[in-house]
Write a protein that binds this ligand. Structure first.
Ligand SMILES: NC(=O)c1ccc[n+]([C@@H]2O[C@H](COP(=O)([O-])OP(=O)(O)OC[C@H]3O[C@@H](n4cnc5c(N)ncnc54)[C@H](OP(=O)(O)O)[C@@H]3O)[C@@H](O)[C@H]2O)c1
Length: 259
């Protein structure tokens, strides 16, 4: 349960080794988030994140979750809830879905199976996982699901349409989920960052409006505090994308060919 000031006290990060997921957890600890579960594939990487969080004063547990293991999602979500540090079973105030793969567009076009696998990680797996999470949060009667979408899903670019389409699908699913949960006490917050300097984008040329995991974390913390349903990072993207979204297709093709 959030504290008397409305701050998140317990957190589950799906994709616990994500740079953005870790930054969000680090940002929430000083505000009172002291019970954290990191769920993901790479125990070693998550242990490094956990050590940083423990250094800030949080209790942290690590559990296994693979976005592609749809049959295991029910058990993985249950295990994450059971692992929440503290006395006895506890509530999870916020669940951050931070798993994702960018992929190389040209390589994906030549490897349909890899493209399908990317869609599995970015969209299919999250659908299954979030439906299990939703059930848990509804049982609690409260909680916020924070989903890392992307501006890449807002208007699809030729240069990364496999990734962009998975984010468009995830974003749409989460909007619907949020609408379906209205009145239950459970909220869904969709976060749409532009280019963020993380290991996902390492070695790529940063475009204008590129940002940092810390800036995403600040925007997420502010969104959680004010009950936002959509968060753009940086905020300017809200206006930029609303223009891009309405550009006629021939113009968008010419413009996005340079992006
Ligand atoms: N960086 C950007 O520019 C940017 C912009 C907009 C949105 N986003 C989104 O923000 C989220 C976090 O990205 P990031 O920048 O923090 O990237 P990151 O540091 O590379 O983190 C990606 C995370 O996804 C996890 N992952 C990959 N495949 C998985 C699977 N099959 N099952 C479970 N977890 C899996 C990785 O786990 P392993 O350690 O096991 O590989 C890692 O924890 C992603 O959804 C991304 O699409 C990023």
């Amino acid at each position: 349960m959030r504290n008397a000031l409305g701050a998140i006290q317990s957190l589950l990060v799906l994709g616990g080794s994500s740079d953005i997921g870790a930054a969000i957890a680090e940002r929430l600890v000083p505000g009172g988030c002291r019970r954290i579960v990191l769920a993901g594939r790479d125990q070693e990487k998550m242990e490094r994140v956990a050590e940083r969080l423990r250094g800030l004063g949080a209790e942290v547990a690590i559990t296994a979750w693979d976005a592609t293991d749809v049959d295991g999602h029910g058990d993985a979500v249950k295990a994450a809830w059971d692992a929440l540090p503290g006395d006895g079973p506890g509530d999870v105030d916020a669940v951050v879905l931070a798993a994702g793969v960018l992929g190389d567009q040209e390589a994906l076009e030549d490897d349909p199976a890899a493209a399908a696998q990317l869609a599995m990680v970015n969209y299919v797996g999250p659908v299954s996982t979030l439906l299990h999470v939703r059930r848990r949060l509804e049982e609690q009667g409260h909680g916020t699901i924070v989903v890392l979408s992307s501006v890449a899903g807002e208007r699809i670019r030729r240069s990364n349409y496999v990734y962009g389409s998975t984010k468009a699908a995830l974003d749409a699913f989460c909007q619907g989920l949020g609408d379906a949960l209205q009145g239950t006490g459970v909220e869904v917050m969709v976060v749409r960052p532009g280019f963020v300097h993380t290991k996902m984008t390492e070695g790529r040329t940063a475009p204008p409006l590129a940002t940092t995991p810390g800036a995403v974390a600040d925007a997420v913390a502010a969104g959680l505090a004010t009950g936002r349903h959509t968060v753009w990072v940086p905020g300017t993207f809200r206006w930029v994308m609303s223009v891009f979204r309405h550009l006629p297709r021939p113009l968008w093709r010419r413009l996005s060919a340079r992006m």
